[in-house]
Each structure stands twice: as structure tokens, then as C-alpha cells.
Design a protein around this ligand. Structure first.
Ligand code: BDR
Ligand code: CA
Length: 314
């Protein structure tokens, strides 16, 4: 089983990744680190613990960085709802039993890399602050990372600003640090995740499971589907789970080698990512960029796995 470390800023779509991979028998999640992003570190940690607890997983959760490397946090509760986990009715319950590990996320990831015999795959679905700090502290351990598969950036327009996707806008220096660390990188940006849409019908399928927690997840999804229009649910890009789905079903995606960079200095384009594909300019590619997905298949498989995970805890 492939060993995975998850690094996330748990809002709704990060929670779906936890359900998806936690329930899979193909991967072994050895730890989850939290980071400030969608919401404060306290909330991303509480949301993560609640997801792990309510899906009945036995995965340690570590608190990570409460601030980005070179700016103040820019959380988006205004868009996502209270605690970064808005709902149309039932809220995600606070964790009743689970607490974060004593060890902080950076130390825990360093220790895990030191101890691991097989290289670790990292799935990053929030700002990359924790990984950047590990890369700065322990460059010698980068060879223990098989790859970093991340949701962030875009080969095209942004969502937080015209130019920048939220995770890269929230800590551009962190992504830049990780790029320069020389780790194999696979980027699942907005150009890809916009091809994978979760719909109101998926919310109905989840609700039909019939358990109290399935009702909660359906209510959270309904709120997610109203991010663009609070009055009406409509199909919405399934951002983080697209990157997670690649770890289970790579055959549903096409990636292209290129040179990835991130804008650090622009006044309008800070946090924007650039993907260079021109053959004469990419002697030494530093990333694989996800370009195409069988979007309906990805969304349907993700939802079906979430339903299975919900049934398993009924
Ligand atoms: C990314 O930003 C966050 O709001 C989501 O969780 C996802 O990681 C999409 O731009
Ligand atoms: Ca996220």
C-alpha cells in the first residue's frame, strides 16, 4: 500500500479527500497535518479531527503553521461560511473524542520522513506552508518524498484574484520554496479541477444514505454548491478531491511536463502560477501539470466512495 501524508486546510473539499483516501484500501494515510488557509489553524484542525472521527478513521492529526511564510493569513470564511465549513442546516459537529497530537506537524513530517523506508507521497490541498518549512529545515530529506501531488495554481485564470488561485495566493513563497526543493511535483490547478463538477444530484445521493452524518455531509455539500450564488445550488468544481482521486485512479487524468513557477512580486498577479510548455524552453522540467480529466467519471467515483465511507460508519 502506498504511504500518503495529507496536508490540508480543511474546508468541505478537503474533508471529501479525507473520506476518499481514508476509506480506500489502496493507500495508507500515515498522518494528516493542518495549516491555516480556508480558515484559521484552530478551525482547520478542528474540522480535520471531526472528519477523521466521524468517518471512524484511525489517523493521527498534527497542527501545523498558523501563519504563511511572508504575509498575514487571508482566510475566506466570508465565502465558505463559519469555521470554513458552512452548511445549509446541520453543522459539522465539533470533535467529541479526538484531539491533535502533541507533536507539531513540521516535526511529525520530518520524523516520518526520517523513519520511512519507502518514499512518502504527499497530498497537499491547502497553502504549502508546512512543506516549505520542512524543505527549509531538512533539504536532505527531500529524497524521501516520492512526489507532492497538490491542488493549487492554475494554467489560466485564478479564482481568489483574476490571476491567482486561492492556495497559491494564500502563501506564494511556500509554493516557490517547494518548487525549488527539487521534489517531483504534480499540479492539479483550476484548469483541471474546473473539469470535475460536483452537482446537486450528488448531494441527493449522499443524503439518501440516510444516516445522521450523511445528512450533515449533504448539508455541507449543499452550502459548497451555493458558493457562487447563495440562493441556488449549482454544479461546482471539485477542487481538492481531483488531486486525491489521481492517487487512486491515475488513468482518468492526463498530465504534461513543464516548468512551473509562481509570481511573488506582482501587484495584481501575486500568487499566479505559470506553466511553460514550449519545447525549446523546458530542458529541465520541474513539474507535471494536470491538463485533462474524465471529469464525470472522477466526480462520480469520488461521490460513490464517500457514500461507501458513510455506509461503513452507519
Ligand atoms: C482551493 O481553495 C480552497 O478554498 C479549497 O479548499 C481548495 O483547496 C481551491 O482554490
Ligand atoms: Ca483546501
Amino acid at each position: 500500500m502506498r504511504k500518503i501524508w495529507m496536508d490540508c486546510d480543511t474546508g468541505f473539499d478537503d474533508l471529501v479527500c479525507i473520506a476518499l483516501l481514508g476509506h480506500s484500501s489502496e493507500v495508507d494515510i500515515v498522518g494528516i497535518s493542518t495549516v491555516v488557509g480556508n480558515t484559521s489553524l484552530d478551525w482547520t484542525t478542528s474540522n480535520t479531527l471531526s472528519a477523521v472521527e466521524n468517518f471512524g478513521f484511525d489517523i493521527p492529526v498534527y497542527r501545523g503553521c498558523a501563519k504563511p511564510l511572508a504575509q498575514e493569513p487571508c482566510t475566506i470564511e466570508g465565502l465558505l461560511g463559519a469555521g470554513g465549513m458552512g452548511t445549509i442546516n446541520r453543522p459539522l459537529p465539533a470533535p467529541a473524542k479526538r484531539t491533535p497530537e502533541q507533536e507539531n506537524a513540521v516535526s511529525a513530517l520530518i520524523r516520518t520522513l526520517e523513519e520511512t523506508e519507502e518514499p512518502l507521497t504527499i497530498l497537499a490541498t491547502g497553502p504549502m506552508t508546512n512543506l516549505a518549512v520542512v524543505a527549509i529545515l531538512r533539504p536532505d530529506l527531500m529524497e524521501k518524498i516520492a512526489e507532492v501531488v497538490f491542488m493549487g495554481g492554475s494554467y489560466g485564470f485564478g479564482n481568489h484574484t483574476t490571476a491567482a488561485e486561492f492556495n497559491t495566493f494564500a502563501d506564494p513563497e511556500a509554493l516557490d520554496t517547494v518548487i525549488r526543493a527539487g521534489i517531483p511535483l504534480k499540479m492539479f490547478g483550476l484548469n483541471l479541477t474546473n473539469q470535475v463538477q460536483i452537482t446537486p444530484e450528488h448531494a441527493d445521493q449522499i443524503r439518501a444514505v440516510g444516516s445522521e452524518f450523511a445528512e450533515v455531509v449533504a448539508d455541507l455539500l449543499e452550502k459548497y454548491l451555493r458558493i457562487r450564488d447563495p440562493e441556488k445550488s449549482q454544479p461546482m468544481a471539485l477542487h481538492d478531491p481531483s488531486a486525491a482521486a489521481y492517487l487512486l485512479w491515475p488513468e482518468l487524468f492526463e498530465l504534461q511536463e513543464g516548468i512551473l513557477s509562481v509570481e511573488l512580486h506582482g501587484t495584481k498577479a501575486r500568487g499566479a502560477t505559470f506553466c511553460e510548455f514550449r519545447p525549446k524552453r523546458i530542458d529541465t522540467p520541474n513539474a507535471k501539470i494536470a491538463m485533462r480529466a474524465k471529469g464525470d467519471d472522477v466526480a462520480n467515483r469520488v461521490v460513490s466512495q464517500v457514500i461507501d465511507a458513510l455506509k461503513a460508519v452507519q
